[in-house]
Design a protein around this ligand. Structure first.
Ligand code: CAA
Length: 376
């Protein structure tokens, strides 16, 4: 196994790092006030960052999956908000069309998504179907060249801001997971209603909304894949999506580690920097070791995905371990900062708030354990 990044991958890291420092960092405060980073996404589109793994044929950058993960990792070190917007847009907003769409669907939607002209979203979760995703209640009934959708979705990342939504609905409720179908839905479809914007613990600049579909007529040609194939489409795209969320968590953990290390070197107590005192030094050593282990799990899963191999178990392990690491490292970073860490003057409280949701979305840690244990 080659543990070195290629020259192309290192160039991607440098380009994204520079972009994050010059374009994203100055906007973090605005995002903390709740502003959606529309202009940043436009610039990311110009740089090819909204379609990194998309083939050139469909307007993308046609880079490997590892380069895409590098981008989420580096962006999330500066802003986990922009990190999750990019991950959802690409992994579960664009890829389902790329992998399961007809040629017409791909030509119609993917180039605009890859250019950042359109933003993508993924609508699986419902008020009574979270971890048990197959129990969703949204119905799709075929009638006169359309599917008529009724139901509601919750916690939809990019909801309201996105232009294209991958919506999961049941075309055959008796069939359970095998009755779920996927649809490509455009935002301005009559009956598509954007509801409550959630007030979250973190990721203030990202949108998380409720959606309601009231007799929403979706053209028959917007069925994605075959009827009944929807659950497979959701699950297989979540496999790679979970590597993206793990990379987001890694960015947060690394940022927290770097902030805590820098502070511990300059903060003097009892006559020497606190980094030189064993209680703090050992803490930093544990944090750094966990971050390194997380990195290896993530890039191993990303390598398998890049090679087109199955990566479900590796993706779940990477997400399970890295999200836990992000929460633990951010918590310890606050401890290193002491009272200052509990204030908004330093970024570590933001890392702590942003880290928590990585243990929840795209499958909770408990769901990752189900996926892993089922395959053992
Ligand atoms: N790839 C392809 N097919 C898969 C699959 C995968 N990874 N996982 C399951 N399937 C298929 C199975 O093969 C099975 O078909 P067969 O019977 O033909 O073999 C079918 O799907 C049903 O599978 P299960 O019996 O395993 O289904 P289940 O109901 O027990 O559910 C689960 C499995 C893993 C618990 C699943 O429900 C799950 O992942 N739940 C969590 C949901 C989730 O992650 N939601 C995230 C929402 S999106 C989000 O959060 C985005 C955001 O905003 C950031």
């Amino acid at each position: 196994m080659n543990l070195r990044f290629t020259e192309e991958q290192e160039m991607m890291r440098k380009m994204v790092r520079d972009f994050a420092q010059t374009e994203i960092a100055p906007f973090v405060e605005k995002m903390e006030e709740g502003e959606f980073p529309r202009e940043i996404l436009r610039k990311m589109g110009e740089l090819g960052l909204m379609g990194i793994p998309v083939p050139e044929e469909y307007g993308g950058s046609e880079m490997d999956f590892i380069s895409y993960i590098i981008a989420i990792h580096e962006i999330s070190k500066v802003s986990a908000t922009v990190g999750v917007i990019l991950s959802v847009h690409t992994s579960v907003g664009t890829n389902p069309i790329l992998y399961f769409g007809t040629e017409e669907q791909k030509k119609k939607y993917v180039p605009k998504l890859a250019a950042g002209e359109y933003l993508g979203a993924f609508c699986l979760t419902e008020p009574s179907a979270g971890s048990d995703a197959a129990s969703l209640k949204t119905r799709a009934v075929k009638k006169d060249g359309h599917y008529v959708l009724n139901g509601s979705k919750v916690f939809i990342t990019n909801g309201g801001e996105a232009d294209v939504y991958i919506v999961f609905a049941s075309t055959n409720p008796e069939a359970g997971p095998k009755g779920v179908s996927a649809f490509i839905v455009e935002k301005d479809t009559p009956g598509f209603i954007v509801g409550k914007d959630e007030h979250k613990m973190g990721l203030y600049g990202s949108r998380t909304v409720q959606l309601t579909f009231e007799d929403m007529k979706v053209p028959e040609e917007n069925l994605l894949g075959q009827e009944g194939e929807g659950f497979k489409i959701a699950m297989s795209n979540l496999d790679s999506g979970r590597i993206g969320i793990a990379a987001q968590a890694l960015g947060i953990a690394e940022a927290a580690l770097e902030a805590a290390t820098a502070y511990a070197k300059e903060r003097v107590q009892f006559g020497k920097p606190i980094a030189a005192q064993q209680g703090v030094g050992f803490k930093l050593a544990d944090m750094a070791t966990s971050v390194e282990a997380a990195k290896l799990l993530i890039y191993r899963a990303a390598q398998l995905r890049s090679e087109g191999q199955k990566c479900g178990i590796e993706a779940s392990m990477a997400k399970l371990f890295t999200s836990r690491t992000a929460v633990e490292v951010a918590t310890e970073a606050i401890q290193v900062f002491g009272g200052y860490g509990y204030t908004k003057e330093y970024p570590v409280e933001r890392y702590f708030r942003d880290a928590k949701v990585t243990e929840i979305y795209e499958g909770t840690s408990e769901i990752q354990k189900i996926v892993i244990s089922k395959q053992l």
